[in-house]
Design a protein around this ligand. Structure first.
Ligand code: HEM
Length: 494
């Protein structure tokens, strides 16, 4: 108890000291709501922070200042202010804040996703882009994508035969987990392989804990106390992961088998053993990046596909139009091939529009590495910089009727998904944008095209499209709160 009181008193003293400093320096901060001592604005943030920030931005503007505990925070919410953050001042805002979870799970923030901006991040990003995520590497996994998607279609075909509803969310997530494991480890993992709780549930627990607001992230001196017990759980999980990764790396090292398609472990271990990385690169770095690739690829693609299918089920006329395009380009006597994807223009529009409404990562979290002035407003070094993708992608100046699902809005538009346009950023933009974008787009296109081409879909229990629950569950990725269920009918003639 005495410890907690001491902590609270120290927090109050630091808070008052910061306040006094700010008053003395009289720097003009961006507009924002009044906060309360110690907490700042933490109490204004609920289960869906992207929606809470968007509501606040309507009142205080698209470049807003808030205080999350002891951390000064800027939230950019319009395409114009997002451009300032991710383009004009990208060199200042390209770092990441302290992240208690990745300190423990990702070998002291040695991974790419959470590493601070600097030479280590630059070297690691280059290494991953060139060796793991190049076009050549992505193409080398084409056969396993084809095989895994065909297996999913076969299993759904059985459900179609019995005319029963399938859990699309679970199936999509399982397929993505398999694709990621094949790419990273060279094999799929059964549930019991990682721990008796199961591979997927362990990964999901880490992802969930990583997204849970940790007091240590907002009051750094509270980190060691672990008042919420999150750090303890993360340390236990990181031990499970570490043993798992050690075991599988060892299997790779011992294996004399020549593998035609090298998985990420083969590639990373080769680089480590050759000593050619050109920067400190040992087993901890290999393991941190392997975890990155697993976590970054599994849920982002799955969530994107889940939301795209949700919107198609809510808008049957769009589903029909997409099926018509697939019939014209592919025909009904074969399945979609990756080479067909570039000819599917309507598919492209459907995907853009669904990711505009449901970005897997609605908030991008960066950190400022130095003091700077943006449009006359002071941004302090060490500020957390939040890009509210959700708000920018629904900005009324950029998007007429922003809440409506209208793939046709892209007919005359040159806006793409690649981060050139600050009103559509599902993969981010600038230095910290997604290096797995090309792979992510292929997987999403392929899965949506295949599921819509092979099957007609109807909602179970006579549910009307307008009755579909659209609640979101915010996290490292923001997925559907409830699993998507639908009844398939097979439609190909083969
Ligand atoms: C549809 C699928 C995907 C989506 C929507 C997505 C989205 C994103 C977003 C929004 C970011 C953060 C940008 C920022 O903070 O400014 C990101 C970062 C990242 N993504 Fe993806 N991603 C996807 C697939 C993938 C895949 C397949 C991989 C690798 C196998 C990957 C690897 C990464 C990595 C390593 C980062 C961190 C980059 C850095 O901090 O420098 N992503 N992704």
């Amino acid at each position: 108890m005495a410890l907690i009181w001491t902590t609270i008193i120290v927090a109050i003293v630091i808070y008052m000291f910061n306040k006094l400093l700010n008053i003395k320096n009289r720097k003009k901060l961006p507009p924002g709501p009044w906060g309360i001592p110690i907490l700042g604005h933490l109490h204004l943030i609920g289960k869906n922070p992207h929606q809470d920030f968007a509501r606040l931005a309507k009142k205080y503007g698209p470049f807003m200042h808030i205080q999350l505990g002891l951390v000064p925070t800027i939230v950019a919410s319009s395409p114009e202010t997002v451009e300032k953050v991710l383009k004009t001042y990208d060199h200042v805002f390209a770092s990441r804040p302290h992240h208690e979870a990745s300190q423990h799970v990702c070998y002291g923030q040695r991974n790419l996703i959470f590493s601070k901006y600097g030479s280590y991040w630059r070297n690691m990003r280059k290494l991953c882009t060139l060796n793991l995520l190049s076009s050549q590497k992505i193409n080398s996994y084409q056969p396993s994508r084809k095989e895994e998607v065909s297996l999913l279609v076969k299993s759904i075909k059985r459900a179609a035969h019995e005319h029963v509803a399938v859990d699309l969310s679970a199936n999509i997530s399982s397929l993505n987990a398999n694709l990621s494991c094949l790419m990273v480890f060279g094999k799929k993992f059964m549930d019991e392989d990682l721990d008796k709780r199961g591979f997927k549930s362990i990964v999901q627990e880490v992802v969930h804990l990583a997204a849970t607001p940790n007091l240590g992230d907002f009051f750094p001196f509270l980190g060691v106390l672990d008042l919420q017990g999150i750090t303890g759980r993360l340390k236990a999980l990181s031990k499970v992961f570490d043993e798992f990764l050690e075991k599988i790396i060892e299997e790779h090292v011992q294996s004399k088998e020549h593998r035609e398609t090298k998985d990420f472990i083969d590639t990373m271990m080769e680089i480590m053993q050759s000593g050619e990385a050109g920067f400190e690169f040992d087993r901890r770095h290999v393991k941190a990046v392997l975890l990155d690739m697993l976590m970054a690829s599994m849920d982002t693609s799955a969530t994107s596909v889940e939301w795209i299918l949700t919107e198609l089920l809510r808008h049957p006329h769009v589903m029909k139009k997409l099926q018509k395009e697939l019939e014209e380009v592919v025909g009904l006597d074969r399945m979609v091939e990756e080479s067909d994807l570039e000819n599917l223009n309507y598919l492209d529009r459907v995907i853009k529009e669904a990711l505009r409404l449901h970005s897997a990562a609605p908030l991008l979290v960066h950190e400022s590495i130095e003091d700077c002035i943006v449009d006359g407003f002071f941004v302090q070094k060490g500020s957390r910089i939040i890009v509210n993708v959700y708000a920018a992608q629904r900005d009324t100046n950029a998007w007429p009727e922003p809440d409506k699902f209208l793939p046709e809005r892209f007919v005359e538009s040159s806006v793409d998904l690649l981060g050139h346009d600050f009103q559509l950023l599902p993969f981010g933009s600038g230095r910290r944008s997604c290096p797995g974008m090309q792979l992510g787009i292929i997987i999403v296109r392929l899965m949506v095209a295949q599921l819509v081409h092979c099957f007609d879909w109807e909602l179970p229990n006579g549910m009307q499209p307008s009755e579909l629950d659209m609640s979101e569950q915010f996290g490292v990725v923001t997925c559907r709160a409830k699993h998507l269920m639908a009844i398939p009918t097979y439609r190909l003639q083969l």
